[in-house]
Ligand binder design. Structure first.
Ligand code: ADP
Ligand code: MG
Length: 571
């Protein structure tokens, strides 16, 4: 509270919002200042909160979302009205889609003018716009309701299936004064914001019976399992049952990717051949080919067990034979309790076949990684980064792009939980610098952001933010001169370059130098390895322009099949 308001025993909307957040253990705000929330950021900083100012709201929002994922506390993003709010909505929707808890708090214009559509400064019915893109949306009109508004936002974000929440704060509210004592009393400290949800014991038994009878069981771990922070129990479940598992992208490292039961290197065959599949915090969405089609075995021959906090997730794509609804921590410990002392190991015909498939595929990959061709291709460059992550398992890896994403996901092994942050459920580009900044702020760990040159462009200006806060982030831009690759030509023969091509041989490293960071160009795997090592040792903001063969890369990486085909002859 400022000294003036205190002396009059008054408080106001600004201070109540800050007090309500702090009371609930929220200590960091990610945002972009401006009308009407500039003072909210200033006062929050004055009151000891960490306020991280970005260059664009989308990236502040992504930082808040990943903070939520990493900490199980809602990350808070603060924006101005209409356009700033809309920029934040992309991140809000992305957080909701990925089940990350975040709260987007936006200032808004005068309700009376907005509702009569009289053309206010930055006029927009933000509450209505936000609603379809989040779990819940609230507006507070009276200072005495701020405590309730913040409490509801926190509960909505983290309870059940986590997600994004919108909190609308009209400009007028922030300046509203009220008695300081009554104000303090109006605040709510949320008790047990994400209550445990214990699974029904018959549901657990049903699942265990299925698993026990399986000839070719498989466990799939998703980012919900990583979010749940039940790391030790999940590891015990897999090791005690001896069931091979596949980690989804952001679940990599929940157990080390080098674990003998990890079936990643035999992914396509285990998905086809498994007879009982237990999903833990993973949805059967497009990333798992909806549980059907040629990725999977014949329809009807595979039985699914699904562990999820959202009851309506069950049967969303195929029948779930044994749903277990509850929070993953409680579900996994109930499964463990039900295993008993003797659990039959899966048939060795199954585990042996997986082991053999892995050996063959890993050997194939190992030889590709050693390629010494210049310019570098994805494999040789990622070979250098694979070594870095092996040597620094507690570093956080942020990853986006098309080929840069697909190759890195399969090449770079992860060793610890929640160290791999990527494009997630939407496969969205633009999360890079926001996630890197959020992760660095929340964990204090070094971050390695591996970015396609196109992906980097969506959030590239935030390298100024990285330099401004002197964050230990090393960005590696895989520069192949374009989207997918740099060799496309204009089919009309006209003067414009192809739609997928960028300026040739751009020096992204020099952008970092412009803000006082370290910029390095790397043209060989050795140079790349050395530059990343130096960056990670120094903790200095660094951007490495990794020169990749412009002929390397395929259309849309591994999801080219999602492009519709024209019936008219292709240009
Ligand atoms: P992935 O993309 O890694 O497969 P998804 O985002 O598709 O993961 O799935 C995550 C699932 O985890 C969601 O269905 C969500 O409801 C669930 N989930 C998230 N947190 C928890 C939790 N604490 N307990 C149980 N389920 C959770
Ligand atoms: Mg590219």
């Amino acid at each position: 509270m400022t000294s003036e308001t205190q002396s009059q025993n008054l408080t106001d909307g600004f201070h109540l919002v800050i007090d309500a957040l702090k009371l609930n253990g929220i200590t960091t705000i990610y945002g972009v200042p401006g009308i009407p929330i500039t003072d909210l950021g200033r006062f929050a900083q004055a009151q000891g909160m960490r306020v991280i100012s970005f260059r664009h709201e989308q990236h502040a929002g992504h930082a808040a979302a990943i903070a939520g994922y990493l900490t199980q506390k809602p990350g808070v993003c603060l924006t101005v009205s209409a356009p700033g709010f809309l920029n934040g909505v992309t991140a809000l929707a992305n957080a909701t889609t990925n089940c990350f808890p975040m709260i987007l708090i936006s200032g808004s214009s005068e309700r009376e003018i907005v509702d009569l559509q009289q053309g206010d400064y930055e006029e927009m019915d933000q509450l209505a716009v936000a609603r379809p893109h989040c779990k819940a949306a609230y507006r507070v009109l009276h200072a005495e309701d701020i405590g309730v508004g913040v409490a509801r936002a926190i509960r909505s974000a983290v309870s059940g299936r986590p997600g994004g929440v919108y909190l609308d704060l009209p400009a007028k509210l922030l300046g509203q004064a009220m008695d300081a004592v009554a104000g303090a009393k109006s605040l709510i400290k949320v008790v047990d914001a994400a209550p445990r949800q214990i699974p029904a014991s018959d549901a657990v038994l049903r699942a265990l019976d299925l698993l026990k009878g399986a000839k070719r069981p498989l466990i799939i771990l998703g980012k919900g399992a990583a979010y749940a922070q039940a790391d030790a129990d999940i590891r015990t479940l897999i090791e005690k049952t001896g069931i091979p598992y596949l980690p989804m992208s952001m679940a990599k490292g929940l157990l080390p990717d080098t674990h003998p039961l990890c079936a990643s290197a035999a992914r396509s065959s285990v998905l086809k051949e498994a007879d009982v599949v237990m999903l833990i915090g993973a949805r059967l969405n497009w990333l798992l080919s909806h549980g059907k089609g040629k990725t999977w075995g014949e329809r009807g021959t595979q039985t699914f067990i699904q562990v999820d906090i959202a009851p309506t997730e069950m049967d969303s794509n195929v029948a779930i034979g044994a749903p277990i609804v509850g929070d993953i921590g409680s579900c996994v410990s109930a499964l463990l309790a039900g295993l008993g002392r003797e659990w039959p190991a899966p048939p060795s015909a199954w585990t042996g076949a997986i082991h053999q498939r892995k050996e063959v595929n890993l050997a194939k990959m190992a030889s590709q990684l050693l390629s010494n061709s210049l310019p570098m291709n994805f494999h040789s460059a990622l070979g250098a980064l694979k070594k870095i992550v092996r040597e620094r398992p507690d570093a956080i890896l942020v990853n986006e792009g098309a080929n840069t994403l697909d190759f890195a996901r399969s090449i770079i092994d992860m060793y610890q939980p929640r160290k791999r942050l990527d494009v997630g459920t939407w496969g969205v580009m633009g999360i890079g610098m926001g996630y890197a900044i959020g992760a660095a702020i929340e964990t204090g760990k070094p971050v390695l952001a591996v970015e396609g040159d196109s992906a980097f462009g969506f959030s590239g200006m935030e390298i100024e933010t990285i330099c401004r806060y002197n964050l230990p982030i090393c960005v590696v831009v895989f520069n192949n001169n374009g989207i997918y690759r740099g060799t496309d030509t204009n089919p009309s023969g006209g003067a414009d370059v192809a739609t997928t091509v960028f300026v040739k041989n751009a020096r992204y490293d020099m952008m970092m130098q412009a803000f006082g960071g370290v910029g390095v160009q790397a043209t060989s795997p050795e140079e790349l390895y050395r530059a990343v090592n130096t960056a990670m040792d120094s903790g200095k903001p660094t951007l490495i322009n990794a020169v990749i063969d412009e002929k390397a890369g395929t259309e849309s990486g591994r999801i080219g099949n999602l492009n519709p085909q024209s019936v008219v002859k292709k240009a």
